[in-house]
Design a protein around this ligand. Structure first.
Ligand SMILES: Nc1ncnc2c1ncn2[C@@H]1O[C@H](COP(=O)(O)OP(=O)(O)OP(=O)(O)O)[C@@H](O)[C@H]1O
Ligand SMILES: [Mg+2]
Length: 309
């Protein structure tokens, strides 16, 4: 059976990642140990991960008609992502994110622009690539276009995965059309929920989706009926930079569903790719290829092989 296509609609940025000794807001000077400039962003990294795992992958996004936009286009093409629907706009500058990564913990601190005004200016995206077999990833960016995309996906019977950091109004409008809301603890805290369990139950009851909360190196929680279950993070030798762990997770989970894996197995593939991606500097520092998946990934849980929605 051919794999289902993966389509990602959302944020593509250039990351300037600096590995530093530690954060000190009062220090006049902070020395870095290592530096890397690379294409990233929630959707940019996720689609590269899905493509590396052998999926036909499209990106729907807008970047600037500038040098950083060129870096993103080249990186996506090199990863095998179809970029015909990645628009270049003279009015929308490409977003650059500065990422400070603590050498000891691999934890990160982001310096980013407010993109809301930028996204309001963005031209319409061509959604015709979304079909009944599509696995669609949205990240809450380009909210108007994302709403049209998830509505189209729902109408056609496609599968929608959402990656949201905050429950903004634009995100709340998307949620009724999302089959799999996979959110980090940042989302739980921003909602003011007591804990991840409350978020899981509320997302499922309110929106009818299958929710997951990711919890960094603790793995994460998901719902099995009304029961909350944990999936474990995969162990890695040395954590260098946790940036993009969630993005790789979403891309690999999407690829898992696209390849017909059962739900639990797709979650485990997500955790596997996410852990590997923590072992190098940069949001897409070390993505997992299909050869590496075949060689190193063993899922011992139940249900491998049946189709997950
Ligand atoms: N230190 C780690 N070691 C192993 N796996 C990790 C580690 N950190 C994260 N992961 C894996 O990545 C998943 C997502 O991590 P996290 O909850 O930090 O996402 P996130 O905050 O969305 O990350 P980002 O936005 O930078 O992509 C976790 O569920 C876990 O499986
Ligand atoms: Mg994330």
């Amino acid at each position: 059976m051919a794999f289902r296509p993966v389509v990602g609609l959302g944020l593509c940025v250039v990351d300037h990642s600096y590995r530093i000794e530690g954060f000190d807001a009062d220090a006049v000077r902070t020395r870095f140990i290592e530096r890397r400039v690379s294409a990233g962003g929630m959707i940019g990294t996720a689609v590269c991960q899905a493509a590396a795992l052998g999926c036909r992958t499209h990106v729907l996004s807008v970047v600037g008609d500038d040098a950083e936009g060129t870096i993103i286009c080249k990186a996506l093409r090199a990863a095998g992502v179809e970029t015909r629907r990645l628009l270049r706009s003279a009015r929308v500058p490409t977003t650059v994110a500065v990422v400070l990564v603590d050498r000891r913990s691999g934890e990160r601190h982001f310096i980013v622009p407010d993109r809301r005004g930028i996204e309001a200016e963005a031209p319409a995206l061509d959604l015709s690539v979304i079909g009944p077999m599509t696995v669609l990833l949205v990240d809450g960016h380009f909210p108007k276009q994302a709403l049209a995309a998830v509505r189209r996906a729902r109408e056609l019977g496609a599968t929608v995965i959402g990656d949201f950091h905050r429950p903004r109004p634009g995100v709340r409008r998307l949620l009724p059309y999302v089959d799999h809301a996979i959110v980090p603890m940042e989302f739980v805290h921003a909602r003011g929920d007591a804990d991840a369990r409350e978020t899981l139950h509320d997302l499922a009851a309110r929106h009818g989706c299958r929710p997951v909360v990711t919890q960094g190196r603790r793995g994460g929680l998901f719902l099995d009926g009304r029961r909350v279950r944990r999936f474990r993070a995969h162990a890695v030798g040395r954590v260098v930079d946790t940036t993009g762990a969630g993005d790789a997770f979403h891309g690999a989970f999407a690829a898992g569903l696209a390849q017909g894996l059962a739900y639990d197995a797709a979650l485990d593939l997500g955790a596997f790719a996410a852990a590997r991606n923590c072992t190098a500097l940069g949001g897409a520092g070390r993505l997992t290829t299909s050869a590496e998946m075949r060689r190193e990934w063993r899922y011992s849980g139940s249900g491998r092989g049946s189709r997950g929605r």
